[in-house]
Ligand binder design. Structure first.
Ligand SMILES: Cc1cc2nc3c(=O)[nH]c(=O)nc-3n(C[C@H](O)[C@H](O)[C@H](O)COP(=O)(O)OP(=O)(O)OC[C@H]3O[C@@H](n4cnc5c(N)ncnc54)[C@H](O)[C@@H]3O)c2cc1C
Length: 379
């Protein structure tokens, strides 16, 4: 086992780092400070131009076709620049991961290809409902077959890219009483009659990402848009999340790295009692702990990515890296604020934004409590 990245992985890392520095970082603070949610199509277009919306889409459909190791490396670079802006792209990555694994050839040609290249469209994954947060089996959005269509009725909440995505992967039930075994996943076009945007959330972080409610009222979806076999929606969601969680691990490493680098340079420059504060062990040990945890999270994330690339079971490793990296990110960003003192607590420095943004990662794609349940069930 080695830790050397391949030539392609190094090239992709360099491309993502340059993209993040040039196309994301300069806009992150301004978008974060806008009073209203500040989703920015211009930045999404730049993601598309770099083909980063089609990051994990196989080359034959027009994507970059990277392996999971490369995807987590890219997530680290983008996460280091702005988790909020990254969320829009992450919506695509979730949807394309799902389509790539369970879509028919026809579905892939119709939808995966549209997530690639300079004109790539936005996508999203819609699971959560008022009574179905952690407990996905509580989904009430109903799909009833009517000839060559299904008719969808219900409401999804907290959906990233809601009202913006050109298509959604929507999880519904054929019968709420069947719970897990009644779930199905459909591809639903964003401009389907009867599909409307409800409230947009006013979040404490990820301000550059639009998260909102989707209302389905008699939305007609063709039978050929059913993903996978009937009533396998629960399995499809679990498999998709297993494969997407390592990118959250990478993003957690990225935002922590950004906070750590700012704290390190501040501690070297800020003088109190006539010497740089880093010369106090209380500060240098805090920085050492931050460095240790970032490295540990990166290794867990790379392990999960490696398992996926080997075609091996990654469920436990994916959950472990998600929990560790996202909780580590909260700790590291909090310590960075502490090291910057009062400056860290102001909006003049980015570390408070990193902290607000990082908090969300312990909640979405399955809360960290649910990840611990998954891990505990596999001990
Ligand atoms: C910024 C953001 C973006 C999001 N984007 C999307 C998206 O694109 N698509 C989508 O479908 N959803 C999205 N979500 C929703 C997210 O997936 C849910 O919030 C998450 O699954 C948790 O559901 P909930 O909020 O209803 O919490 P609940 O399920 O009500 O949980 C509340 C608390 O109880 C804990 N809990 C619940 N059950 C148990 C248990 N059995 N044992 C121990 N603890 C438990 C949870 O861990 C949590 O701490 C997003 C959320 C956020 C914050």
């Amino acid at each position: 086992m080695g830790f050397d990245l391949t030539k392609e992985q190094l090239e992709c890392q360099k491309m993502a780092r340059e993209f993040a520095e040039k196309e994301i970082k300069p806009y992150a603070a301004e978008l974060d400070k806008r009073p209203e949610t500040a989703f920015d199509w211009n930045i999404v277009r730049r993601f598309a131009k770099a083909n980063l919306l089609g990051l994990n889409v196989p080359k034959e459909y027009g994507g970059l076709g990277v392996d999971m190791m490369t995807a987590v490396i890219v997530a680290e670079e983008i996460g280091a620049a702005c988790l909020g802006i990254m969320s829009a792209a992450a919506g695509n990555w979730l949807a394309t991961t799902c389509l790539k694994h369970v879509g028919t050839e026809n579905q892939k040609r119709r939808y995966l290809t549209r997530c690639c290249g300079g004109n790539a469209l936005l996508a999203a994954l819609a699971v959560t409902e008022a009574e179905a947060g952690s407990d996905m089996a509580g989904i009430k959005t109903l799909a009833v077959r009517n000839g060559d269509h299904y008719i969808l009725n219900g409401t999804k909440i907290f959906i990233t890219n809601a009202g913006l995505a050109n298509f959604y992967i929507v999880f519904v039930t054929s019968d709420p009483k069947k719970r897990h075994s009644g779930l199905n996943a459909f591809i639903v076009d964003g401009d389907s009659p009867g599909l409307t945007l409800g409230a947009v959330e006013d979040k404490i972080g990820l301000r550059a990402s639009q998260v909102g409610t989707l209302i389905f009222k008699d939305v007609k979806v063709p039978v050929e848009n059913l993903l996978g076999a009937e009533n396998t929606g629960f399995l499809i969601a679990m498999q998709t999340l297993d494969m997407s969680r390592p990118c959250l691990g990478g993003a957690g490493v990225g935002v922590s790295r950004a906070a750590y680098e700012i704290a390190l340079s501040y501690a070297r420059e800020r003088k109190q009692y006539g010497r740089p504060i880093i010369e106090n062990q209380a500060i240098s040990f805090m920085l050492a702990d931050m460095a240790i945890e970032i490295e540990a999270a990166r290794l867990l994330t790379w392990k999960a990515a490696w398992l996926i690339d080997q075609g091996m079971d990654s469920t436990k490793a994916s959950s472990m890296c998600k929990v560790f990296s996202t909780e580590m990110a909260e700790r590291v960003c909090s310590r960075a604020i502490q090291i910057l003192g009062a400056h860290g607590y102001t909006r003049d420095w980015p570390v408070e934004k990193y902290y607000r943004d990082a908090k969300a990662m312990a909640i979405y794609e399955g809360t960290n409590q649910i990840q611990r349940m998954i891990i505990a069930s596999m001990l």
